[in-house]
Design a protein around this ligand. Structure first.
Ligand SMILES: [Zn+2]
Length: 154
């Protein structure tokens, strides 16, 4: 489901830094650099794409396949894994849900981060010169890439 064909636009350094924090910070998704972290990046991209497609333009729920499955279960392997992974996505502020996590929707920030992941084609190739944005001081008021936990305290 990830964007085929690789990157579609070059991210700014600030965008890459915010993605770095989302995926690797202990308050974010806690993805380690060992193994195949690009699989985690693609999974998150695919889950956000599935979430964006859960409702049509008229707000009607479109989450279930004709076979009665949900893309979350297909992407995560089973409903238990999907529940844990979607809980992590909700904790970071990318998605929200009401009565069931299968009916999750993207937050405003979720749409922004989906756009960033589309730009890099769902890969983790954000370069080696990434780190904490804003000199590690947390996002100031008005930062368009701030997830709630990224904001500067005080
Ligand atoms: Zn920021």
């Amino acid at each position: 489901m990830s964007t085929p064909g690789g990157p579609v636009r070059e991210l700014t350094g600030d965008e890459r830094d915010h993605l770095y924090v989302l995926f690797h910070d202990s308050r974010g998704l806690r993805v380690c650099g060992c193994g195949t972290p690009e699989d985690a990046w693609r999974l998150v991209h695919d889950l956000l794409e599935a979430t964006a497609a859960t409702y049509d333009a008229d707000g009607r729920f479109r989450g279930w396949t004709p076979e009665g499955q949900h893309p979350y279960d297909q992407l995560c392997g089973n409903p238990g894994s999907a529940s844990v992974v979607c809980g992590a996505l909700e904790e970071t502020g990318l998605i929200e849900h009401g009565g069931s996590f299968y009916g999750s929707w993207l937050t405003t920030e979720g749409f922004i981060y989906l756009d960033l992941l589309r730009a890099i084609g769902g890969s983790d190739d954000i370069g080696d010169d990434t780190g904490y944005p804003h000199d590690g001081n947390g996002c100031p008021p008005g930062c368009p890439l701030a997830l709630p936990w990224m904001r500067a305290e005080g």
